[in-house]
Design a protein around this ligand. Structure first.
Ligand SMILES: NC(=O)c1ccc[n+]([C@@H]2O[C@H](COP(=O)([O-])OP(=O)(O)OC[C@H]3O[C@@H](n4cnc5c(N)ncnc54)[C@H](OP(=O)(O)O)[C@@H]3O)[C@@H](O)[C@H]2O)c1
Length: 294
């Protein structure tokens, strides 16, 4: 049975991967305690101790605003460590599966982003994730890089859980309405990853590709917040949310240390063509996630 190493143990995507990849191989999962991505020697020792056939790197420095003042740390985890994982994968003919982000783009394109569109990150986080992609591609190991976006789930830090907390405490919220994207459930990402890894079972060593992987459909942060509140109320009327009004505001009224793209929408046609994978519409997945939250 093939050996699969998952990095990022407590993370939104890594958590889901532990379940969805279980039927595909012997799973080992490391958190930052067992494998600290800032420590190259530890990365090498720990990966070699497992001798994985597939490394799934769902660990990352994801504090987008804090990254502006912790650029070295962010770059070491997101930019440098993926290259070390890639070298280890190349040396042992393993496949490296890695996640990246729409933040590699500046968001000025009028249409959904293709994998081939020019990158131009606006933030330290975006630049670090782009460096990670480039490091993997340069090492030239067998790899799959999935660029995803606006990830949420029922654990960890994300927009869904923040809105539910704020909506319980406050009567009014102001939410950015001029940034658009596709809210993507961590579970959908993990299920798509499993489907694709299953397809690569017989010919892992020649796989090389960068793919967009996001939910179908688009909305703004304001639209996402409205849907979270409306559907939560309907699924669980006992919730007793205090919120009366969610006001749309421009991003300029909500300044953050890191600049974010206005358009985060990704075109998913390449992953559909190559693997037959298509994530459900964001509203459908949100509904399922909210039902799990109860
Ligand atoms: N969240 C989003 O909206 C979003 C959007 C686009 C792309 N992505 C990408 O999708 C992937 C998964 O994101 P996610 O939202 O699941 O992330 P997450 O929930 O923030 O989890 C990230 C995980 O990385 C681990 N980590 C952080 N520093 C580490 C270190 N020095 N060594 C080892 N592990 C470390 C953390 O482990 P500890 O808890 O042990 O520190 C954490 O469990 C990432 O590549 C991310 O860049 C995310």
């Amino acid at each position: 049975m093939q050996k699969i190493l998952i990095l990022g143990q407590q993370g939104q995507v890594a958590w889901e991967l532990q379940r969805t990849l279980a039927s595909l191989g012997d799973i080992t999962v490391f958190g930052s305690g067992q494998l600290d991505l800032t420590n190259p020697d530890m990365i090498r020792t720990q990966v070699r101790s497992i001798q994985p056939d597939i490394i799934v790197n769902a660990a990352a420095y994801t504090a987008v605003d804090k990254a502006e003042t912790e650029s070295e740390l962010c770059m070491s985890i997101n930019g440098i460590a993926p290259g070390i994982l890639a070298e280890l994968a190349r040396d042992s003919q393993a496949l490296l599966v890695h996640y990246s982000t729409d933040y590699v783009f500046d968001g000025t394109k009028a249409n959904p982003y293709l994998e081939t569109d020019p990158t131009n990150p606006l933030s330290v986080y975006g630049a670090s994730k782009l460096a990670g992609e480039q490091a993997i591609i340069q090492v030239d190991c067998a790899h799959l890089i999935f660029r995803t976006t606006w990830v949420y789930g029922n654990r960890g830090k994300n927009f869904l859980l923040t809105i539910l907390r704020l909506a319980a405490e406050r009567k009014e919220l102001k939410i950015v309405a001029d940034q658009i994207g596709s809210p993507t459930w961590s579970r959908s990402i993990s299920e798509a990853t499993a489907q694709i890894i299953a397809q690569c079972r017989h010919d892992r060593s020649s796989i090389k590709g960068l793919y967009n992987l996001s939910a179908a459909g688009t909305t703004s942060w304001h639209g996402f917040a409205n849907q979270i509140v409306d559907r939560s109320r309907s699924i669980n009327p006992e919730l007793g949310l205090a919120i009366d009004l969610i006001l749309p505001i421009p991003a300029t009224d909500y300044p953050t240390p890191a600049k974010r793209p206005g358009n985060s929408v990704l075109d998913n046609s390449k992953i559909l063509a190559d693997f037959g994978v298509q994530l459900p519409d964001w509203k459908l997945s949100l509904e399922q996630c909210l039902q799990k939250l109860g």
